[in-house]
Unconditional design. Structure first.
Length: 363
């Protein structure tokens, strides 16, 4: 079998590396001939929405999946018309648009912050009046890693934010005074078997994931998060890995967004869980039995943004694993990560601090 992956970033690369022992052939589509994925498996070279290349990919692969969320709906639909595209097109299209996403969450009884769709400055002013400030203004589409959004503390910042974000279709969200942020990664195979990883706690730096800790051992939150995720998995008749990010506010979960793919907050599962999210994604889309999602101990994952620390210094930390994505360093760019796994929870904080010191944030 050949699995096609649209986008050959680090997520695709880690999927490919998980697919090889399963006996899968991998074929990427990406414009970069030295992408993280192209370094480990063959790649068609060109734009991810190039119709001819998508047709070739669909022809050569029994199943096509993606490591990018910005694959245009029409391009994805073209693939889905001739081969199996998983996760399903509807999940991809919903995750690309914050209005569709929040509308679906609420329709499925998944709680979110209060929000309003806005398409003009007048609507924005009215929405700010209704929701109160502070609030967060976000473009409906193409926002990630803190891009496409502005925090608004005072009314006189509304016009500037509206202009800075391009005066398009947006949503205004009430600010969530969260105690922490967590994510849940779940997986479903084509015949409907489901598994969930333990909740992961995520800490951001300038809108980008800084580090993650797992497992979060809070059974009530875990149950609630699984309930939300299961509704989405069944709604889409989903196959593969699905991630939902939540705010924890006064012990309650408010869903922020979903990603129809493996997720940065699940990188710890490579060494910290019995079966990694990458392997389980493939098992899900290939309709194989799903693997055990239990944690093997206590894990922390730290992203390397813009520069890689010295490998030997990272590996000198007991229980640490180093991942270099083979990317050119650029400020704030995710170019690698490390995971530290400990048998005892008490051993984790000191090792995480050493790792974070090596990962140095610019400020
Ligand atoms: P997002 O692109 O929606 O994942 O947002 C990136 C990060 O911005 C989140 O992980 C939060 O740290 C923060 N953020 C986004 N929306 C809100 C909100 N409504 N209230 C508080 N913080 C937010």
């Amino acid at each position: 079998m050949t699995v096609g992956i649209v986008g050959a970033g680090q997520l695709g690369r880690m999927m490919a590396l998980a697919g090889i022992p399963l006996g899968e052939h991998i074929l990427f589509l990406d414009r970069d001939d030295h992408s993280p994925g192209a370094q480990v498996a063959p790649s068609l070279l060109g734009d991810i929405d190039d119709p001819a290349l998508l047709a070739t990919l669909a022809e050569r692969c029994e199943i096509v999946t993606f490591d990018v969320e910005n694959l245009p709906r029409e391009a994805a639909a073209r693939v889905a018309a001739t081969t199996l595209l998983l996760p399903p097109l509807d999940a991809l299209a919903t995750a690309q648009d914050r209005l569709l996403e929040k509308t679906l969450f609420n329709a499925l009884g998944i709680e979110t912050v209060a929000w309003r769709a806005v398409e003009s400055l007048e609507q924005l002013l009215a929405a700010a009046e209704a929701l109160g400030l502070p609030a967060v203004l976000k473009t409906r589409r193409l926002g990630y890693d803190g891009r496409g959004q502005r925090f608004i503390r005072q009314r006189d910042e509304l016009r500037g934010a509206w202009e800075a974000l391009g005066r398009g279709a947006m949503i205004l969200e009430a600010f969530a005074p969260f105690d922490e942020e967590v994510s849940l990664i779940g997986v479903r195979n084509r015949r409907g078997e489901r598994r969930h990883y333990p909740l992961t706690r995520n800490v951001h730096w300038q809108g980008i994931l800084d580090y993650s800790l797992a497992p979060v051992e809070r059974p009530a939150l875990q149950r609630e998060a699984e309930r939300c995720l299961d509704r989405l998995l069944e709604h889409f008749d989903y196959a593969g890995v699905l991630t939902v990010e939540f705010f924890v506010v006064d012990g309650r979960l408010l869903a922020n967004e979903m990603a129809p793919r493996v997720h940065n907050s699940g990188h710890w599962t490579l060494e910290g869980a019995v079966t990694s999210q990458f392997e389980n994604h493939l098992r899900g889309i290939l309709d194989l039995p799903l693997g055990d999602t239990s944690a093997r101990g206590y894990a922390a994952m730290v992203n390397f943004l813009g520069r890689l620390p010295e490998r030997a210094a990272v590996l000198a930390i007991e229980g640490c694993h180093f991942h270099d994505y083979g990317k050119h360093p650029r400020p704030r760019r995710k170019i690698g990560h490390a995971t530290v796994v400990c048998a005892e929870r008490a051993a984790l904080p000191a090792r995480l601090e050493r790792l974070r010191a090596l990962a140095e944030r610019e400020d």
